[in-house]
Design a binder for this molecule. Structure first.
Ligand SMILES: C[S@@+](CC[C@H](N)C(=O)[O-])C[C@H]1O[C@@H](n2cnc3c(N)ncnc32)[C@H](O)[C@@H]1O
Length: 301
């Protein structure tokens, strides 16, 4: 695994600490679901069972770190929909998108519903979220997440994100696209694709079509978050650069997120639009979670 990432030494700061962090398992982060309860009650319930919850330290009072050995899916609080196990960086994406209550939201690639349910929480179950997921086999886990967590403002669709119908325009769009998933390769997870594979190239082509369609679905002044859980610039800045070349898009800064590094504007023989530096990269030695990338994009009006 470390050999696979060696090429990233040129842009990941403190690269040896990065490699070291990959040898530790992912932490157990939990989101308290405000649609059903409040942080103080959940913490008290878990403490009564001898389960300590530490604030995740990112300035949001619904995010906590539980002991690594805990299996949250076995807790009554999980079945009641009071908590949702979710990577900290995944939660940051919904916080950065920050959808307003009563707005019209599209989640382009929704299953298993971690971000959809978080968006519903931030909107206090108002407005409408169109939760789109291409693969029907993933609709069961998506519906399970939404119903367990008491989400009442979502409707489901099953279009390819890159061909989502241009009938409606949205105030906010979450484009958490399928990716090679390098950010999850920690401890026992092994990589399943090499950087140069055809699979990776096809993935980046699909991501470019998805970011373009997402942008075209925005209202004027609408906001989109493009995110992946991978380090590869081919799936991140290169895709963002493609959008900036083809559309009148603006990058919105969000530098209040802890542990964030800026996007990179050069990779191999490519030089990207300098604005891609306004995107955020998240590494496990900076924020102990799944490696992540996100960009906040506004459609000019
Ligand atoms: C990174 S996951 C989304 C995770 C989800 N946003 C969450 O937070 O729980 C990407 C999802 O996109 C779905 N997907 C793959 N290709 C797609 C496509 N062309 N259009 C829409 N969804 C697609 C995958 O099945 C997968 O569920």
């Amino acid at each position: 695994m470390t050999r696979l990432f060696e090429e990233y030494r040129q842009f990941i700061p403190d690269f040896d600490f990065f490699l070291e962090s990959l040898r530790t398992p992912l932490p157990n982060h939990l989101r308290v679901n405000r649609l059903k309860t409040c942080p103080a009650s959940v913490i008290a319930m878990l403490q009564a069972k001898g389960i300590p919850m530490r604030p995740a330290g990112v300035g949001d009072d619904t995010l906590y770190e539980a002991p690594r050995a805990l299996l949250p899916g076995k807790l009554l609080e999980y079945f009641l929909g009071y908590i949702h196990p979710q990577a900290l960086t995944s939660c940051m994406a919904s916080l950065v998108l920050a959808p307003r209550p009563n707005s019209l939201v599209l989640d382009l690639c929704a299953a298993p519903g971690g971000k959809t349910s978080h968006l519903a929480q931030l909107m206090a179950n108002t407005g409408i979220i169109v939760a789109n997921e291409l693969h029907l086999r993933r609709h069961a886990p998506l519906i399970h997440t939404l119903s367990r967590l008491g989400v009442l403002n979502a409707v489901l669709t099953a279009y390819p994100a890159q061909e989502f119908p241009l009938r409606e325009s949205f105030d906010f769009i979450m484009a958490d696209v399928p990716c090679s998933g390098e950010g999850r390769w920690r401890f026992s997870r092994e990589p399943y694709a090499a950087e140069e594979s055809k699979y990776r190239i096809a993935m980046a082509e699909a991501q470019k079509r998805m970011i373009l369609r997402g942008f075209d679905l925005l209202k004027k002044q609408g906001i989109m978050v493009y995110s992946t859980c991978t380090y590869s610039p081919t799936e991140n800045e290169s895709v963002l650069d493609f959008l900036l070349k083809h559309r009148d898009a603006e990058l919105v800064s969000f530098d209040n997120v802890p542990g964030m590094e800026q996007g990179i504007s050069q990779w191999r023989k490519e030089t990207y639009d300098g604005r891609v530096r306004g995107a955020g990269r998240f590494y496990p030695h900076r924020i102990d979670s799944v490696g992540f990338f996100m960009a906040k994009i506004r459609r000019r009006g």
